[in-house]
Design a binder for this molecule. Structure first.
Ligand code: FPP
Ligand code: MG
Length: 322
């Protein structure tokens, strides 16, 4: 994984570093890898001895298929920014990856995008059949809520209730499901920028927003920080999707681990189609800059160290190549 994020923070005058830059010495690549390994271990331990074995296998196949694990890492980073212990947010971080994974299993189904390749491997239904893929997705979604409600020791119940609320909003009609429905309805049609943004804010943005909000809620964050994180998530959510659209045009299937060029084939409206590649990239960069700017009050002084991962993750979203 490339983590092309500058860690240089010195200002031109040699004075105080800009508050929206990661502090000097922050090694983002090392942070990302350490966090990813922690998440992988938690994901590995998250599937209990469910029966039948075939269901467990189909769940594990997709949940442990690798990937950047950006969603759980965002959750842990937001928890730590709010002064919490990342370990307390890990069950929720796992839940977020479960919801993300189930949404991809269902998205790849013949009734939806009918895709053969995901994370460099045959899609879940190609290996286990359609019925089992649907059920593995269902089991991952429900297990996600179990992770929060029954497997989050040490977190006060009212915080867990707030987390369940955020996950429900992000997953259901107000979030992923609603965005996916509009996305499918718009296939083959001319879509304006407003509709495209609606799709992305729901289909992708809602879960990214839940990542940072749930992490912060577990730590008992202030309303001011929660509000800043909502803005941060909107910026990185849209930027993430713009880059996804760009990569669909510019990257290969081997690098992406999923079928490249399929937006064009499915006649989907994308940012490059509406704005062109260059303007799309500029828009993504502006959104990331805005996302970082709202964290400025938490980036200065001693707390700068805690905001560093979220600042660097925002940059990573535009610099990623897969
Ligand atoms: C990938 O989009 C798909 C999503 C981000 C979400 C799809 C949502 C669902 C199938 C609903 C899930 C249901 C619940 C209850 C959460 P894409 O096709 O643009 O991206 P891709 O190239 O990675 O396939
Ligand atoms: Mg798809």
């Amino acid at each position: 994984m490339t983590a092309a994020v500058s860690t240089s923070t010195g200002s031109a005058s040699g004075g105080v570093p800009p508050t929206d830059a990661p502090p000097a010495g922050f090694d983002f690549a090392a942070y990302l890898e350490a966090a990813r390994l922690r998440v992988e271990a938690a994901l590995d331990g998250s599937l209990g001895p469910e029966r039948p074995e075939s269901l467990r296998e189909a769940m594990r196949y997709s949940l442990l298929a690798g990937g950047k694990r950006l969603r759980p890492i965002l959750c842990l980073a937001a928890c730590e920014l709010a002064g919490g212990d990342g370990a307390q947010a890990m069950p929720t971080a796992v839940a977020l990856e479960m919801i993300h994974t189930m949404s991809l299993i269902h998205d790849d189904l013949p009734a939806m995008d009918n895709d053969d390749l995901r994370r460099g491997r045959p899609t879940n239904h190609k290996v286990y059949g359609e019925a089992n893929a649907i059920l593995a997705g269902d089991a991952l979604l429900t297990r996600a809520f179990e992770m929060v409600a029954l497997r989050s020791p040490g977190v006060p119940a009212e915080r867990l209730l707030a987390v369940v609320g955020e996950l429900s909003l992000a997953s259901g009609a107000p979030g992923l499901v609603g965005g996916q429905v509009v996305d499918l309805e718009c296939e083959g049609k001319d879509v304006d920028l407003e509709t495209l943004e609606y799709i992305h804010l729901h289909k992708t943005g809602a879960l990214l927003r839940a990542c940072v909000l749930t992490g912060a809620l577990i730590a008992g964050a202030s309303e001011a920080l929660l509000e800043a994180l909502r803005t941060y998530a909107r910026g990185i959510g849209l930027a993430f999707q713009i880059i996804d659209d760009i990569l669909d045009v510019t990257a290969s299937s081997e690098v992406l681990g999923k079928t490249a060029g399929k937006d064009l084939i499915a006649d989907k409206t994308t940012y490059p189609k509406l704005l062109g590649l260059e303007e799309s990239r500029q828009r993504a960069e502006a959104l990331v800059a805005e996302a970082k700017a709202v964290l400025a009050p938490w980036s200065a002084g001693e707390a700068g160290g805690k905001a560093a991962p979220l600042l660097a993750l925002a940059d990573y979203i535009t610099s990623r190549d897969r």
